[in-house]
Write a protein that binds this ligand. Structure first.
Ligand code: DX5
Ligand code: ZN
Length: 219
């Protein structure tokens, strides 16, 4: 039985055919819709915000996994809950009071996620891991789709898995950036529970089939 979740990132979708691409994900074997919100301040790119998420939500039938790459995310926790986010991830590097942000996300009925940049050490999550439902390990520097996977991620997945086990936490490990059929299996073996894939899915000839392949490989 398959346990690894696949979350196609709509950042790589065709925005002129957003409904079509959301429906493709609905009908595929994917588990979640991964939604990247960028503010042009925390990361050097602007993706989309609330009105677009509202349109996505109207058509999506699977859980919405929202990844906020924005400064001061606390200001928008309620807004994303109202837009139907199921998992809301804030960046470790964007939060002055991470513990408080996690409580606020959970108080709105969402799963609380923390995304960490490639330069951020896993040990910084030691004191909050039990409060975190999902850690989104960035395997590229956030801001753009289509970048190459940073190999050091494998080591980070293993350290994070060890931390989760040592603390008896139930945190899921999500890998975001440069995921392909080449690294999927090794990531799962290292401890990954959720694989985000943007370009690899949407730039392929048959995205539904690519999702199926990822699902098969990840197991
Ligand atoms: C990058 C985003 C990713 C991105 C992944 O900042 O967080 O979710 O869409 O895209 P690929 O799979 O193309 O690296
Ligand atoms: Zn993302």
């Amino acid at each position: 039985m398959s346990t690894t979740k696949i979350a196609p990132s709509l950042l790589a979708a065709d925005f002129g055919n957003l409904q079509r691409d959301v429906e493709m994900v609905n009908q595929s074997e994917a588990d979640w819709h991964h939604i990247d919100v960028m503010d042009g301040v925390f990361v050097p790119n602007i993706s989309y915000g609330m009105p677009v998420l509202k349109s996505i939500q109207k058509h999506a039938t699977k859980p919405l996994d929202v990844h906020l790459m924005i400064v001061d995310p606390d200001r928008y926790i309620k807004a994303f809950a109202d837009l139907g986010a199921n998992v809301l991830s804030v960046h470790y590097e964007a939060c002055n009071h991470l513990h408080r942000s996690l409580q606020a996300i959970k108080a709105e009925g969402m799963k609380a996620g923390v995304a960490i940049n490639p330069h951020t050490n896993i040990s910084l999550l030691e004191d909050t891991i039990k409060e975190i439902d999902l850690v989104c390990l960035m395997s590229v520097n956030p801001g753009f789709g289509g970048q190459s996977f940073i190999e050091n991620t494998f080591e980070k997945v293993r350290s994070l898995k060890e931390l989760i086990n040592n603390k008896r936490a139930k945190t899921l490990i999500e890998i975001d950036g440069g995921v392909t059929s080449k690294n999927a299996k090794a990531l799962v073996e290292a401890g990954a529970d959720v694989l985000v894939a943007g370009s690899f899915v949407f730039k392929s000839d048959n995205p539904t089939q690519t999702i199926h392949e990822l699902k098969e490989i990840a197991g």
